[in-house]
Design a protein around this ligand. Structure first.
Ligand code: OGA
Ligand code: MN
Length: 297
């Protein structure tokens, strides 16, 4: 039987007495899922995971994304396309150079975001596994969009109900200063409408759903929509809703992209090796489709 040790009352928990490198019993999987829907961020310490173990566990939650936006023009990949390479290493395993394209592209991970909210079928959850961690900095911070929703004034809740935002990877890259996408990347770059407030089917909890990828709100002047999104991100990421995770090697951390934001904290990436790999599992459908809301044209 797994153990669930709350790190915070209802946002982050550490899961013990489980070895994710082995096939799990149906009961353990059910218990992990139940904990996941309650907490939204789960930490599994001391896991010795092969790439296949990591994928097999992720697949318990749905299909693992395999298409990546960044072109091979940035150099060959260190890991296969089912993983996002969350490291500061080049293909030969050396620390990347200051002007590396991958470094520019990944800088957007330092903005508060939700993985793949720019895809029509957005990210359900992500699972990030640490091989090598930086001794200083490099934490990952998580913000609880459910608690942030609960804390909003009723008048604001009424104003937000039914609004739809446009999420695009181009928006977050523009914010972080990366614009020189190749033509091929431009074609692969997607944008998607997503509800600004959504319901989590497993618990019925309502949650905000904003991210640095969100650039405008349908039916609003662009500047007003962006201002509202910025205001909401500032609200969601107030310290009372945020947990900071300090990584240890062999941590696997999974989070619910439907109701959390996360960001990577700075570290001296030209000095220390930080080597982590992420899988992202796709949600069952677009957030509008899941709630029967017509997609904007
Ligand atoms: C990610 C991500 C932040 C970090 O893997 O999706 O945003 O701390 N990572 O590396
Ligand atoms: Mn991310």
């Amino acid at each position: 039987m797994i153990t669930v040790n709350p790190v915070t009352p209802d946002f982050v928990a550490e899961i013990g007495d489980v070895d994710l490198s082995r096939p799990l019993s149906a009961a353990d999987i059910a218990d992990i899922k139940q904990a996941f829907w309650k907490f939204a961020v789960l930490i599994f310490p001391e896991q010795a995971l092969s790439a296949e173990n990591h994928i097999a566990f992720a697949e318990q939650f749905g299909p693992v994304e395999a298409d990546r936006v960044l072109d091979t023009k940035s150099g060959p990949n260190r890991v296969d396309t089912r993983f996002s390479d969350v490291s500061n290493l080049d293909a030969t395993g050396k620390i990347w150079s200051e002007d590396s394209r991958k470094r520019m592209y990944k800088a957007a991970n330092k903005l508060w975001h939700s993985d793949s909210s720019f895809r029509h079928r957005p990210g359900l959850c992500s699972l990030l596994y640490a091989h090598t961690v930086a001794p200083v900095g490099g934490q990952t911070e998580f913000a609880d969009q459910r608690a942030a929703w609960d804390a909003l004034p009723e008048a604001m809740k009424r104003r937000l109900e039914g609004l739809i935002a446009e999420h695009s990877i181009a928006t977050s890259r523009r914010l972080s200063g990366f614009a020189d996408f190749t033509e091929e990347e431009g074609r692969r770059m997607s944008y998607a409408p997503q509800l600004l407030v959504r319901t989590l089917p497993e618990t019925g909890r309502r949650t905000l759903y904003v991210a640095a990828h969100a650039g405008r709100i349908f039916g609003m002047p662009d500047a007003d929509g962006q201002a509202l999104i910025n205001e909401l991100i500032a609200h969601v990421t107030r310290r009372q809703f945020v947990h900071s995770h300090r990584w240890r090697p062999k941590d696997l951390v999974m989070w619910d992209n439907r109701c959390t934001l996360h960001r990577g904290m700075d570290y001296d990436d030209l000095r220390w090796v930080r080597d982590m790999r992420r899988t992202t599992v796709s949600d069952i459908a677009n957030s509008c489709e899941q709630e029967g809301v017509a997609l904007p044209v």
